[in-house]
Design a protein around this ligand. Sequence first.
Ligand code: GLN
Length: 462
Amino acid sequence: DLINLSLKKAVENKKYNPFITVTQSEALQHSEDSCKRYISKGAKSELDGIPIAIKDNFCTRNIRTTCASKMLENFIPTYNATVCQRLFDAGAVLIGKTNLDQFAMGSGTVDSIYGPTKNVWIGNLKEGFYISGGSSGGSAVAVATGTCFAAIGSDTGGSTRNPASYCGVVGLKPTYGLVSRLGLIPLVNSMDVPGILTRTVDDCVIVLNTIAGFDPKDSTSVNRPFKKIRLPPANKLSIKNLKIGIPLEYHCDSLSSEVLDTWNDIAQLLEKEGAIVKKVSMPHTQYSIVCYSILNQCEVSSNMARYDGIEFGFRANEESSTEKLYAETRKIGFNEVVRNRIIAGNYFLLSRNYDKYFTKAMKVRRLIANDFDNVWNEVQMLLTPTTLGDAPLYKDFISKNNRDQCALQDYCTQPVNMAGVPAVSIPIKLSQKGLPLSLQLIGRNFSEPMLLALAKYIENIV
Ligand code: GLN
């Protein structure tokens, strides 16, 4: 049956390393329950008995949740994240917990204690392998290999859309507050959202309809009714007179010519199909990377304070003093990326630096968000690249030079998280090398119905 097939695929695709934990026995049990249910009273929902995967930074009751870090290697949550609970209540069957960069800090799924996740598109090269993108690379590969119908990722600065782009799947970052963050282990509370990775836009809608909507247990969840999205069949969709903006500032220096051509081609195609495509300006885009990095590090330094070796997670073998126990635990438990962000964040938050960095970055964030508010006076949607090129080779991506520029990966995705608006990455075609090239659509808050309708339209014409 379907679940056995999924589990078989999980074994076959182990070489790409999408999973940290494969939940085989639970999956078989749930699949049996769902079959019995189906025979006695019919399926609970469209997702009943359907295999899904969840990024390993969402709490799952009685199933370890590691954040790909030594710090939480043996952490077994006592509750389900709301997103997981809603999927399980709908009958979806968890196949496994997927790989990520440690605590979702990264854009490659290269910084996991379980090793990197490899891209599935081109293998067996003498130069090594292409990265899956990240930090939800495991989720993207679980979907791209057909191991599961959908996977949940998280998106703080692009972590769902980036691997979706590199792996050629659909990746949705919903409006901040539309999907509950309860049980998503926080990276940057003011930007984190659960993301959805699927092979088609219609599949994405099914998952969004299941997980979206108010959660009283998440204070940032928006208390307004969520109306389930129903997209018409592709041939009934129309984009006549839809105003689509092309932001000038997203033409950054490092944009590959292939992505630029793809972007221009699709813009022209949409115009031909009746949309009104116009150039718009979002002047603060260029400050987004620096601003993000300051705010990210500040929130990280505060979020990571809970991992002290006392309450839960890893504890170092150090008994000389409490202070030394903290220090040793954190030195061994976290990788260099996490430690560096904690140190930088603490520096920015020192009372003498607070205004110079943190308050200033908050102001710049407001300007970036205002760019979006202003642009909606001119257009209804934005069309941009998701990533600046196709997937890089692992060996290039982890080289020292590139490490320093890693944030550039998120150039087109981060401003969206600063503003909280929804965005979706959709695969368009293959590059000359044979790797996926994708574009991103961005809409105003809670415009998911229109955003996904346009995404489906594009999916259908490319
Ligand atoms: N690459 C970004 C970072 O490392 C975004 C990560 C994410 O969205 N989780 O912070």
